[in-house]
Ligand binder design. Structure first.
Ligand code: SF4
Length: 270
């Protein structure tokens, strides 16, 4: 193992997780290089859509914004892909140390392992036949996922998952909502309700395990800036990855006005 791979796997300097600190909770996130952005071309986001992968690769710094960030994420992914056991052991030890550090100070610490990946950590037995959640049963973990199959088996009680809608899994998203889970959706502007479900503001904090049950976690689309940003933003809208409530509202208003006009025409003709 190189000295490079001994750098921490988890980080906490993220604008969204910093918001969680006002609740006295520190979140550590593991960021990998998403989708197939690694030397082996292995997909670490099995159910990613074209839209989410594009927006993730560019929006998460993979588009060349911060080379050191990009390289760090690639390095972690390469480590995971080349020696999963060593990677998971390091992860377990790092989490253990962070729990100890924060507990000593009387602080709560939580973990999000799929910052920019969608791996089934519940499947990886890492110590004495246990997965990471079972190794630390008193610690809260949470993630977003696009893999609807992960809702078919019972998840550890300390692991909260929010399904993440994209332009290609809308039916699955509605199915998962109907089953009582939460689904994150990206909107141009947050509505109060969508398709009969309450929409909460998911941008207020990233602490998804605190959300009420069976709601839509609304996330406002963050426009990508820099090279190619304009094209990517247009693609995110055109593909349906971003739900366009403004356009829907206009269409609904036009449809209502049309119906009203039609009715009055029928009455006049009588
Ligand atoms: S599945 Fe999630 S992490 Fe993977 S590319 Fe899509 S948005 Fe990014």
């Amino acid at each position: 193992m190189t000295k490079e791979t001994k750098k921490p796997l988890l980080s906490k300097n993220n604008h969204k997780t910093i918001k969680g600190e006002k609740f006295g909770i520190t979140t550590y996130i593991l960021y990998m290089s998403p989708f197939t952005a690694n030397s082996k071309g292995i997909n670490v986001c099995s159910h990613a859509s074209k839209g989410c992968a594009e927006s993730c690769l560019v929006g998460s710094g993979m588009g060349g914004m911060y080379e050191n960030v990009r390289n760090g994420r690639i390095r972690k992914t390469e480590y995971f892909l080349s020696d999963r056991t060593a990677f998971l052991t390091d992860l377990k030890n790092e989490i253990g140390k962070l729990i100890e550090k924060h507990t000593k100070k009387g602080e709560q610490v939580v973990f999000r392992l799929n910052g920019t990946s969608d791996l089934r950590y519940e499947k990886f037995k890492i110590f004495e036949g246990k997965n990471i959640f079972e190794v630390y049963p008193n610690v809260q973990f949470y993630d977003y996922t696009k893999n609807w199959l992960r809702f078919d088996t019972e998840l550890p009680a300390n692991y909260h998952l929010t399904f993440s809608r994209s332009e290609t899994n809308n039916d699955k998203a509605m199915e998962i909502l109907a089953r009582g889970y939460n689904v994150a959706m990206v909107f141009d502007n947050l509505p109060e309700t969508y398709k009969g479900y309450k929409v909460i503001n998911g941008d207020e904090s990233d602490l998804r395990f605190k959300d009420e049950k069976n709601v839509i976690v609304g996330l406002k689309y963050k426009k990508i800036t820099g090279t190619g940003g304009k094209e990517k933003n247009l693609a995110a809208y055109a593909s349906g990855f971003v739900i366009k409530t403004e356009v829907d509202e206009v269409i609904n208003k036009v449809a209502k006005a049309y119906k009203k006009a039609e009715k009055s025409l029928v009455v006049k003709q009588k």
